[in-house]
Design a protein around this ligand. Structure first.
Ligand code: TYD
Ligand code: MG
Length: 449
């Protein structure tokens, strides 16, 4: 902003600033939302800065130690994603599409914490009766659970200050508004203003606050997304395919790893933990069909076995198609070019479809070899063992490279009853599997033949 301009126009919906008034915000497209505001000219800012005193400086040795006493939520899956439990005084954003189960999950977290922990459930979306019937359905102990039906952020905060709970659940941040901001509830500036209120509430009073935020499929992510830098932890609940399994990920976590994945199953009585997730992602019923190979990915600290299926068919018309679901399409293009160039298999006139069974979205390079095995198997129309796992990253020269934590992945395969493994040519200790070490994709094609 140039030094001369003193009046600016601010959109009350998205906070964009403009030097001129117009009927429609050029940023977010809302009508009639531009209001005039005043900006300090540079010289005034300098004057103001001179008057301010300095900030208080602390020596780290003088700051008392704070042990992160985590509260267990009663569900191992949720605890692991949170980094070992709920941290008191943390601000958590639980996001996901409408209807995915966010309210259910929040209620289960509150119910699972035991009867020493007091929780306030604030709902601007559902009535007390609706929330109660859900809690009854989940068999929650609600002796320590209080219900507040309120959407004014200031009122919610002062209620929380009076009751001094351990946890406040806000369902949802889109329905809450701060009376100090003129914008309507659900707009970006309202969501941010309300979140800052809850941030102060949680940090000053050591209350864990869980904000529920809706994110819709058609890219309407601006609201809750703009909170990600304010909150300590962002949990994302997703359901990628039509079955009942939901995946809980932490996309940001100041108190733990972000790579952990929780697998939950929606039942008639809420979410249940899935103790052995590899079983879901392996296609149990499939007989020996060509074009199917099993790999192992690492999500956080846990290895998962995943089933890959490829279908290679002759291109009938025009340009050969490459389609991938759950697997990176660019990676599939690279791998199919490598196979064509470096092995005797020609894929230039073939359509390729690659599918990750179970709907998991994967970006682990260790799955390259399994993807190549599936493609080669389908193209040669040769089956290859269902009890064999393929692990390795494939380079542009078709060389098979080592992967991160190979031994841990082999151990998981062993535990699930696999018999053999195709792996890169590296030293492996203590594996009972029959190991087939290969240097390049030619050797893989030889094994499949
Ligand atoms: P909900 O938690 O209200 O979703 P969100 O808050 O994310 O909008 O409910 C999600 C869905 O889960 C809903 O369609 C009903 C279903 N559900 C069950 O299948 N079993 C249950 O025990 C509960 C409580 C809900
Ligand atoms: Mg809900």
């Amino acid at each position: 902003m140039s030094a001369g301009i003193k009046t600016i126009f601010i959109c009350s919906n998205c906070d964009a600033q403009f030097p001129k008034w117009s009927g429609r915000c050029l940023e977010c497209g809302s009508w009639g939302t531009l209001n005039s505001g005043v900006t300090d000219a540079k010289s005034e800012k300098k004057e103001a800065a001179k008057k301010l005193g300095g900030a208080i400086v602390l020596d780290f040795n003088s700051i008392p130690d704070t042990a992160l006493a985590r509260q267990r939520t009663g569900s191992e899956e949720i605890d692991r994603v949170l980094g070992g439990g709920l941290v008191p005084g943390s601000l958590i954003l639980l996001s996901g599409e409408p209807g995915i189960g966010k309210s259910t999950l929040a209620a289960q977290i509150a119910g699972g914490l035991g009867n020493k922990i007091m929780t306030i459930y604030v709902s601007g979306e559902e009535s007390a009766g609706q929330v109660k019937s859900r809690l009854q359905r989940l068999n929650t102990d609600f002796s320590q659970l209080k219900f507040v039906s309120e959407t004014n952020a200031e009122k919610i905060c002062s209620t929380a200050l009076k009751l001094k709970p351990d946890i406040v659940i806000i369902d949802s941040i889109q329905t809450v508004y701060s009376a100090l901001i003129p914008a309507e509830a659900g707009s970006v500036s309202q969501i941010r203003a309300a979140a800052v209120k809850f941030l102060e509430l949680s940090k000053e009073n050591n209350i864990a606050v869980i904000l529920i935020g809706h994110i819709t499929k058609d890219g309407q992510v601006a609201g809750p997304k703009s909170l990600e830098h304010i909150v300590d932890t962002v949990l994302y609940l997703e359901n990628e395919n039509t079955n009942n399994y939901c995946l809980l990920r932490a996309t940001k976590n100041r108190f733990g790893s972000v790579n952990e994945l929780g697998v939950l199953e929606m039942t008639g009585t809420g979410f249940k933990e899935v103790k052995n997730p590899s079983r879901i992602f392996l296609d149990s019923g499939s007989a020996n069909i060509s074009g199917s190979a099993i790999g192992c990915v690492l999500e956080g600290t846990r290895p998962f076995m995943v089933d890959l299926q490829a279908l290679v068919t002759k291109t009938v018309f025009g340009y050969p198609q490459r389609k991938a679901s759950g697997f990176d399409l660019n990676r599939l293009q690279v791998l199919s070019s490598v196979i064509t160039k470096r092995t005797k298999i020609n894929l230039t006139t073939q359509d390729i479809i690659l599918n990750v069974v179970g709907g998991l979205r994967i970006s682990d390079p260790a799955l390259d070899l399994a993807a190549c095995a599936a493609i080669i198997s389908s193209s040669l129309n040769k089956t290859w063992g269902r009890r064999t796992v393929a692990l390795g990253e494939v380079g542009l020269g078709a060389e098979v490279r080592n992967v991160f934590k190979l031994e841990m992945r082999l151990k998981e395969a062993e535990r699930l009853g696999f018999e053999a493994a195709v792996i890169p040519d590296v030293e492996v200790k203590g594996s009972k599997l029959r190991l087939m070490k290969i240097k390049n994709l030619d050797e893989l094609a030889e094994i499949i033949k």
